[in-house]
Ligand binder design. Structure first.
Ligand SMILES: Nc1ncnc2c1ncn2[C@@H]1O[C@H](COP(=O)(O)OP(=O)(O)O)[C@@H](O)[C@H]1O
Ligand SMILES: [Mg+2]
Length: 374
């Protein structure tokens, strides 16, 4: 009998980061310990449709440098409330845990997490609340401020239903200047990733353009003053007692760490691991990362991104990513490996955490005892 854990790798997704997910999934498939785990592949098309993929991918990905894709003529898959994953002919797909390696919308934002939760499935990463708060730059920063954690100041606006137009834009500019003065400004979609829709603006014309641009990607915006500081990132894993791993630094070569620097221009940014930091500073960053993780109710794993102003000796939280880029050479796994946790061990560790978290949820009571029965 196959005693291995059966893991559903859920990848692709209805997200601008669909292709990034294919890379992460390929890397997991190539490196997961197949003595401990067996894998079933479920690809989510850009339309949002779930499809069971052929097991042949496992051999192909592990013996060549091919990237996994999604075959759309395969059977559909869905989760049935309280009954797990099924193929559309009714066949049950028994799994011990789902690994949603989905970046961005409909994957990292709590929607898929809620769906899996209804299906009574264990899954890797943050739950519904942690995912949706972590994905929303305004909500996460609000909770960090409430927890007394240092973070980038911001204002947030809901874009009117008729779009970002005349009076509303003028008002936004006035309020932004009132809040932050005549400094350069960053405008971003509140819920996005991969720097999509993020623009730096100086003049009022640039600010209006930046707001209009961000509003194409989300109905809620976050506006911040430019922080002139080093960009550092810290991996955190765990459920009730999270642990911070090493700290890395991003050094963008031109301007800021935009989409181009992340995925197109190979020399767009240098990733330095470990970041060169004073011992005291690195302790503060790691402690802050763990507190930030807890404050937004994270479980499993997350990468916490911060700014570090060496001169002022100040750190500020920027954002948290609950399903960070997860290829073998992505920052998250590299920071874990730096402190001794290899990539295959990390994959096993986050699956263990998923199963632990599910057992915790299952141990809770969901009914009041009938009167007089206790
Ligand atoms: N307030 C800011 N000051 C300076 N640079 C910023 C600021 N906000 C974002 N950036 C730059 O833009 C990049 C992308 O912004 P970020 O908030 O991390 O969004 P995303 O979720 O798309 O990664 C950051 O990595 C950083 O280089
Ligand atoms: Mg970022």
């Amino acid at each position: 009998m196959d005693e291995r854990r059966r893991i559903a790798l859920l990848y692709g997704g209805k997200s601008g980061e669909h292709e990034v997910s294919l890379q992460s999934a390929t890397s997991i498939l190539r490196n997961i310990d197949l003595d401990r785990n067996s894998v079933v592949l479920i690809g989510i098309e850009k339309s949002g449709m779930w499809r069971l993929q052929s097991d042949d991918w496992i051999e192909r990905v592990r013996t060549s440098d091919v990237t996994v894709t999604i075959d759309s003529d395969r059977p559909r898959v869905f989760a049935i409330p309280a009954a797990g994953l099924h193929v559309d002919d009714g066949t049950h797909i028994p799994v011990d845990a789902v690994f949603p390696v989905l970046h961005g919308t409909f994957g990292e934002d709590g929607t898929v997490q809620g769906y899996l939760e209804c299906g009574d499935l264990a899954y890797v990463g943050a739950g519904v609340a942690g995912s949706s708060i972590g994905f929303d730059k305004a909500l996460s920063k609000s909770l960090w401020m409430q927890a007394g954690l240092p973070c980038v100041p911001f204002v947030s606006y809901e874009v009117p239903p008729n779009g970002p137009t005349g009076n509303w834009l003028t008002e936004i500019e006035e309020q932004t200047r009132l809040a932050f003065g005549p400094t350069a400004i960053f405008v971003k979609p509140a819920r996005g990733g991969s720097s999509v829709g993020v623009t730096r603006a100086e003049s009022s014309a640039e600010l209006a353009d930046a707001v209009r641009h961000a509003a194409r990607f989300d109905s809620k915006l976050v506006i911040e003053p430019e922080i002139k500081a080093r960009e550092v990132e810290c991996s955190v894993t765990g459920n009730s007692s999270p642990q911070a791993w090493a700290i890395g630094e991003i050094v963008p070569r031109h301007g800021f760490y935009d989409y181009r620097a992340k995925y197109i221009d190979e020399d767009g940014a240098a990733l330095i691991v470990p970041a060169q930091l004073d011992h005291e500073v690195s302790i503060t960053i790691r402690e802050t990362a763990v507190r930030a993780y807890r404050a937004v109710d994270c479980h499993g794993l997350a990468r916490v991104d911060l700014f570090l102003d060496d001169g002022a000796g100040e750190i500020m939280l920027n954002e948290i990513n609950t399903i960070p880029g997860f290829t073998r050479i992505s920052m998250f796994p590299v920071l874990c490996r730096e402190l001794g946790l290899s990539y295959p061990e990390l994959i096993d560790a986050v699956i263990d955490l998923a199963i632990e978290q599910k057992a915790r949820i299952d141990s809770l009571e969901y009914e009041y005892p009938a009167e007089g029965s206790e």
